[in-house]
Design a protein around this ligand. Structure first.
Ligand code: TYD
Length: 205
């Protein structure tokens, strides 16, 4: 079934497995657009807001909640991140900025579906879609090697699970295949500079 959802122009989402390089691309895209004098606002999920800070504590295993609670917290954080009256994504888009976020609802499809099932996650995430979804595609093996360099072990890191996360990402992208959202799949093993150029070409900047 295909979801019919509102599309937000100039809203760009970066997605991929842990270690796929979304944060590097976020920074590179921001620098590139700033050099061209294009107003840009970059952000991430979990958000920097109190809701997102609670989620990060859960991911670090400092606080324990049920998987469904976590799925609902991600959804609540997303609501605040989008619609928050002071610094929400919609406010930045209305001000004429290009908004790029490191992760969005596709991450909930990818990760929360593991424990909560796809349908619940879909019900919890009926939010506007970005104009562009950039998906950095990487094999679980390469992600694992990259993750070894990080000091903090988070949930969801094991290899077998990564494969299921990829399947959930693909399923999540599939339900929006006729929504009008432009999905750009990029080989995440390429050099960061090449990936950034490819993204900029794809979004016509
Ligand atoms: P990440 O951007 O990888 O944080 P950092 O690189 O700063 O540690 O995101 C943290 C984790 O959150 C990542 O493993 C994916 C997970 N996540 C979900 O499970 N569901 C979601 O909806 C989002 C946005 C993230």
């Amino acid at each position: 079934m295909n979801e019919k959802t509102e599309l937000l122009k100039n809203f760009i989402v970066l997605e991929g497995l842990d270690g796929s390089g979304t944060t590097t691309q976020l920074k590179m895209m921001e620098n590139y657009l700033k050099r061209k004098d294009i107003p840009v606002y970059t952000t991430c999920e979990p958000s920097p807001l109190p809701t997102g800070r609670l989620i990060r504590r859960i991911l670090r295993k400092e606080v324990t909640v049920e998987p469904e609670t976590l799925a609902r917290l991600f959804s609540a954080d997303r609501y605040e991140h989008l619609f928050g009256s002071v610094d929400g994504i919609l406010t930045h888009l209305s001000a004429g900025e290009v908004v790029i976020t490191d992760r969005y609802l596709f991450s909930s499809f990818a990760y929360q579906s593991l424990d909560c099932g796809f349908d619940l996650v879909r019900d919890l995430n009926k939010y506007p879609l970005p104009e562009y979804l950039i998906y950095l595609k990487l094999s679980p093996e390469i992600c694992r090697q990259r993750m070894k360099n990080r000091d903090m072990e988070e949930l969801f890191d094991a290899d077998r699970i990564q494969k299921r996360i990829i399947e959930n990402y693909e399923r999540g992208m599939d339900i929006y295949s006729k929504s009008g959202m432009k999905t750009v799949v990029i080989d995440g093993t390429r050099r960061p500079g090449e990936i950034c150029s490819e993204i900029m070409k794809a979004i016509g900047r």
